[in-house]
Write a protein that binds this ligand. Structure first.
Ligand SMILES: [Zn+2]
Length: 470
């Protein structure tokens, strides 16, 4: 009896080990297959000057299709000043303008004694951008690839980085060509995980026509068709429903009138100051020793213009602590324009006003596997877009003025893992590899048990013989 008992012990231990190995494997398999952390691919799209309520002005079936399939945030508070460059840089840094340093479309740096001008396309001086580090720099430092189609700042070397792929800014490149490049980058052998797409409209026509002009209808319809084109191309490339797409803008637009002009020449001698950034948030650089004189003549000049010395700018605007913010800021009320005099050119639409005004707020939609479907959220801040993007990309957010917690409710409860062809290959590889390991262990254990049993039987026979002789 003894040898039989002793023979069962190694057999049980071996079988237990085998079952344990199998159980651990089965427990670990799902997590091994679940794409490690929540990394996904993201496309960030900006239609410049697309006001939040344009989708209700005319039929916009493609925007509504995206809303039904994703999340719509009704009011996004962008940053002051509500201009193009400051807000595009906020979306990719999570910082207020005073912190990321792109404080206006037109800037003067008194330390560098250098200027920056969107109007003159003089925007490539890295030093204006390097107070912050945009998301593509972090993305690439963490080993990923970025592709940018005309997004402001993406053709500038910032902290030694360009995006992995980018298009030098050229307004004449069509929307379709920009989309084609992005899809190439998302589907190449070494794909990007993050794409940025910028389109100049409906901002340009909003300035020319004014947002309340009925002729804006066809302009908005055209943007809707462009969104439809983007979605259909993503579907053709099998990226729709796989990548996460955020469709937003930098600011809205207010209707102007030739009846609502504030003429600086009526109040102060033009020889005493320079205008750095233009209406409706006018950055004024007084000549040396003329600060008080210029300020005092303008301070109560017009009931629809608020004039601040830099240190008086309200904290809620987060627009004070930067050397590129000029000594005097004059801000027009909604719908008013600040000019030298009436002979200046006139436009029917503008933006740049207080970011508390809904007319300054952009559209925001988010569609893709990470987001809830047919969901709405009332409010968010544009600074929250950056931590949201970092979460989606699975990269570390740098210190910022946004909050991921403030927007995590737009995410689906559990982010579905969408497998690409590569992932399927990985899964099959892991499964087959694991299967072979188990078969090997089973064969080895079986062989080990038989060897042990045979050895023990021989030993028992040898040990038993003397006893029998007794
Ligand atoms: Zn504009």
């Amino acid at each position: 009896m003894l040898p039989q008992k002793r023979g069962r012990i190694p057999s049980r231990i071996a079988m237990n080990c085998c079952w344990k190995v199998l159980a651990i494997f089965l427990l670990l398999l799902p997590s091994a297959l679940s794409l490690q952390p929540a990394q996904s691919r993201v496309l960030l799209v900006s239609f410049d000057g697309f006001r939040w309520d344009y989708i209700y002005k005319v039929s916009t079936p493609n925007f509504h299709y995206a809303m039904e399939n994703g999340v719509h945030v009704k009011q996004v508070t962008n940053v002051f000043i509500t201009k193009t460059y400051p807000n595009h840089y906020t979306m990719v840094t999570g910082l207020y303008a005073e912190s990321h340093g792109i404080v206006a479309n037109e800037m003067y740096d008194p330390i560098l004694n250098e200027t920056f001008s969107l109007n003159k396309m003089d925007t490539h001086n890295s030093r204006f951008w390097e107070e912050a580090s945009p998301i593509w720099v972090t993305n690439q430092r963490e080993g990923h690839k970025t592709g940018a189609a005309m997004w402001p700042g993406t053709d500038v070397k910032i902290h030694g980085f360009f995006p992995t792929h980018y298009m030098p800014y050229n307004e004449s490149v069509s929307f379709e060509d920009r989309v084609a490049r992005l899809i190439d980058w998302f589907t190449s052998e070494e794909p990007i995980n993050f794409g940025l797409l910028y389109w100049e409209q409906p901002d340009e026509m909003g300035h020319i026509l004014g947002p309340e002009n009925p002729l804006m209808g066809p302009i908005i319809s055209d943007i809707d068709q462009k969104l439809g084109y983007l979605m259909s191309e993503l579907k053709k490339a099998k990226l729709w429903g796989v990548i996460n797409v955020i469709i937003t803008s930098d600011h809205g637009m207010s209707q102007l009138s030739s009846e609502r002009l504030i003429e600086l020449d009526q109040y102060v001698n033009r020889e005493l100051y320079k205008v750095i950034e233009h209406s409706p948030a006018v950055a004024i650089l007084p000549n040396e020793g003329k600060l008080d004189e210029v300020y005092e003549t303008l301070a109560n000049a017009h009931p629809n213009m608020t004039v601040y010395k830099k240190e008086q700018i309200p904290d809620r605007l987060h627009y004070k602590h930067n050397r590129k913010i000029q000594p005097i800021l004059a801000v027009a009320d909604k719908g008013w324009e600040i000019v030298y005099n009436k002979s200046d050119g006139f436009q029917f639409g503008n933006h740049g006003y207080d970011n508390i005004l809904p007319e300054m707020h952009p559209i925001f939609l988010a569609v893709g596997p990470a987001f809830r479907k047919n969901a709405t959220k009332e409010v968010m801040n544009a600074t929250d877009i950056y931590p949201l993007l970092c979460h989606l990309l699975g990269i570390n957010a740098l210190p910022n003025n946004g909050s991921f917690n403030a927007v995590k409710d737009i995410l689906a409860e559990e982010v579905p893992v969408v497998f690409g062809a590569d992932t399927y290959a990985t899964i099959v590889g892991v499964f087959l590899g694991s299967f072979l390991v188990i078969v090997f262990i089973a064969v080895f254990v079986k062989h080990f048990i038989f060897t042990q049993l045979n050895t023990m039987q021989v030993q028992h026979t040898e040990a038993a013989q003397p006893l029998l002789q007794d």
